[in-house]
Structure formats: C-alpha cells, structure tokens
Ligand binder design. Structure first.
Ligand code: 2PG
Ligand code: MG
Length: 420
C-alpha cells in the first residue's frame, strides 16, 4: 500500500493555448502527473469542464476554480488513501461532487486527479501504466491499436461552419502498429505535397488536430485528394478511409446542412452511401446529431452491417447512453474519451460494456491536447482495437504515437496488433 500525501494542481496551457490543469498526485517517493485535454465540438451530454468565466483572465477560460477544488476539497479527501485503489478514489470524487455531470468540482479537476492517481498506482505496483490498466480493467491481453489518423481537418477544428470535421485514414492491412503508422505518415506527407502543388503554401495550413485545412469546399474534392495520396504511396487496398462528421454541429432541429446544402436525415444517409461507394470509407463517427436517435437507428440499420458506425457525442462514454444505444441498435462502436465522463473507472466501465456488446472501442484524444500520453497506455491496456489520436504531426499528437512505438518495442513479440 502506498498512501497519497497530497494532490496539487496548477494552471498550464493546452495545444490551443487555452488554460488547463496539470495535476500531481504525491506519495512518499513519487510524483505522478497528468495533463487534462479539452474538446471543441463538445457533446452537450458530456461531464462539465469547469471554466472560471472571469473575462479578465484568458477571456473567461481560466481554470483556477477547478484547480482550487483539487488543491483543497479533493486533496483533503484523498490524503491517506492508497493510490492503488483506483475505483475507491474515483467513487469518492464522484460522491464529493454529488452532481450528475460533475459540475460542482469540474470534470476537468476530477479527471486530472483520476489519471494521475492511476499513474501513481502503476508506479507503486511496479508496473508499466498499460500493464496496470490491463489489470484494473480486467482485460485479457494487450494489443497495439489500428490508428485512425485525421489528415484533413474541417468544421470546428478548422473554423469552418456546417462542415464534415475529420477526414481520416485507417491503415488496416499491416502486420504491426509501427508499419501501419509509417504507411499512414507517408500518406500524410504525400497529401501535403499534392496540396502544396495545387494551392501553394496556403494549402498546407494545419487545423487543431494537425491535419491539413485546404480551401476545398466539397467533401468529394477532399476525399479524392486523400485517395490519390493513398494510391501514389502504393497503399491502395491497404489503407482505407474514415470520417468523423460531428453532425451535431450541422443539425438544425429536423434537417442537416453541409456546405450550404440542406439534407433530410434520409438524404444525409444517401450522401454517406455515395461517399462510401466512391472512397472505401469503412467507418463513420457521429453521422447523426447527439439526440437524433431516430436518425441513428436509420443510419445503423442501413449501413451498420457494412461499416463501423461510431458514437461519440451520442454516447459521451456514458454507460446509460451506451445501454440505450445497444437497445436501440443506434450504432456499433464506442468512441472512448476519459474526460467526457470524468474518471478512469467510469471510462473502463464504458469500454467493458461496449466489449460485452461486441462493439469496437476507439480510444480517442480531444482536439485540445497536451503532452500527456495516458491514452496510449489506455488503448493498449484495454485491448481495444483502435486509436484516434489525430494527425501524425505536432507534439501533442505524436506524444501518443511515440508512446505506442515505445510500448510496441517493449512488448516485442508479445505485442499483438489489432484487427479491424
Ligand atoms: C471528436 C473530437 C476529437 P473534440 O469530435 O471526436 O477528434 O473532437 O475534442 O473537439 O470534441
Ligand atoms: Mg467525434
């Protein structure tokens, strides 16, 4: 047993230059640190990210209240607890907060403590973080994930209204994670070359997740270029495509609007069908808006047997919404973001419920990220088969890919590579 002596948070910056929390869980002979990520296309059912609202600091985005909650009430409550009792720690914080959506203490405060405690637990158990996560989640083995790489950014991550948010590639037909990552990165660079040739240096500006943001107004035009980059690099039939539409961002009560064009739910599904046919798309995330359950049911009914239908804003890593979605057959895969629900324990429960329903689980970053690579260990420890960590560029994204490369090397022959 190793007791927590203190928990200390400080205000630092995320990849968008917005304030966030660094949390330190301090034991007798260790300081375990976490950094808290932050979304832009945030689902309305997510746990609440507590911001100060004081316009005089960071335009109201400061996190001093959340930090104060860590340094006072949370620290006092956790002092003396065994850092290896992850579930107890998380449950205590949930109780201390007492709200449905963690709005009293702030999900950003709670998740930072939860992740740092998990790292402290691993350290004192003399385990690597992914091994410790395997143990506390009850997972049976390790595997390196198939990466979904977001190489062209749109929507909120690029400052564009009524737009598809993420155009991703999935290197599926490879033997190891490192080969898949290399191939995906080569496509990313080839895409950059094509864009530069076509649009000059304006064509290779980057969005929040490190993908390019060229001035191409239609989805077909974007996917055609990605397809060409895949073909030029010789990865035809080895690398496929995926979209995160983030459709809550372009839903207007009963219709959707992409790039000035309106779509009924049925027309939107037809639009997706056309894209799937033309571009080898094997996964669509948030193809419908977060509370448009009928739209989701229809989408999954028409496409769920052919491709992966991923729920992000729909599910918000919440077991109640996952249960509803399995009952309604609304999708067939979970996007897992620890800060959407607020604790490691609850995120593990969400993943386990999804596995029980034979869903795929995609462990995901946020558009506002940090140097913390916690989710790389999480995806391996959970043995979930896919990651979504953005483009293979910019340090807040590569921190996760580099950690996966390191884990792959450490595991050697024991490193299984996931199948799609
Ligand atoms: C998403 C995420 C991550 P954000 O929609 O899946 O890509 O974006 O963090 O802005 O919610
Ligand atoms: Mg999403």
């Amino acid at each position: 047993m190793s007791k927590i002596k203190r928990v200390v948070a400080r205000e630092v910056l995320d990849s968008r230059g917005n304030p966030t929390l660094e949390v330190n869980v301090i034991t007798d002979n260790a300081v375990a640190k976490s950094f808290v990520p932050s979304g832009a296309s945030t689902g309305s059912h997510e746990a609440l990210e507590l911001r100060d609202g004081d316009k005089a600091r960071y335009g109201g985005k400061g996190v001093l209240k959340a930090i104060n909650n860590v340094n006072t009430v949370i620290s006092r409550k956790l002092t003396g607890m065994d850092c290896q009792s992850q579930r107890k720690i998380d449950e205590l914080m949930i109780e201390l907060d007492g709200t449905e959506n963690k709005s009293k203490l702030g999900a950003n405060a709670i998740v930072g403590v939860s992740m740092a405690a998990c790292k402290a637990g691993a350290f004192h158990k003399n385990m690597r973080l992914f091994e410790y996560i395997k143990e506390i989640s009850g997972s049976k083995k390790f595997s390196l994930p198939i990466p979904q790489l977001n190489i062209m950014n749109g929507g909120k991550h690029a400052g564009i209204d009524n737009d598809i948010q993420e155009h991703m590639i999935i290197p599926v037909k490879f033997k190891t994670f490192s080969e898949a990552l290399r191939a995906g990165t080569e496509v990313y660079h080839e895409l950059g070359r094509l864009l530069k040739k076509k649009f000059g240096s304006q064509g290779i500006l980057l969005g929040d997740e490190g993908g390019y943001v060229p001035k191409i107004d239609n989805v077909d035009g974007r996917l055609e270029l990605i397809d060409r980059a895949i073909n030029n690099t010789g990865y035809k039939n080895k690398i496929f495509m995926a979209l995160d539409c983030a459709a809550s961002e372009f839903f207007y009560s009963d219709y959707y609007k992409i790039k000035g064009k309106e779509y009924s739910p049925g027309q939107l599904i037809d639009f997706y069908k056309k894209l799937i046919k033309s571009y080898k798309i094997i996964s669509i995330e948030d193809g419908m808006a977060e509370d448009h359950w009928n739209g989701w049911k229809q989408l999954n009914k028409e496409l769920g047997s052919k491709i992966q239908i991923v729920g992000d804003d729909l599910l918000v890593t919440n077991v109640d919404r996952i249960s509803q979605a399995t009952e309604d057959k609304a999708c067939n895969a979970l996007l897992l973001k620890v800060n959407q629900i607020g604790t490691v324990t609850e995120a593990i429960e969400a993943a386990n419920l999804a596995f029980k329903n034979k869903w795929n689980v995609v462990v995901s970053h946020r558009s506002g990220e940090t140097e913390d690579s916690f989710i790389a260990d999480l995806v391996v420890g959970l043995n979930s088969n896919q990651s979504k960590f953005g483009a293979p560029a910019r340090s807040e994204r590569t921190a996760k890919y580099n950690r996966l490369l390191s884990i792959e090397e450490q595991l050697g022959k024991k490193a299984g590579f996931a199948e799609f």
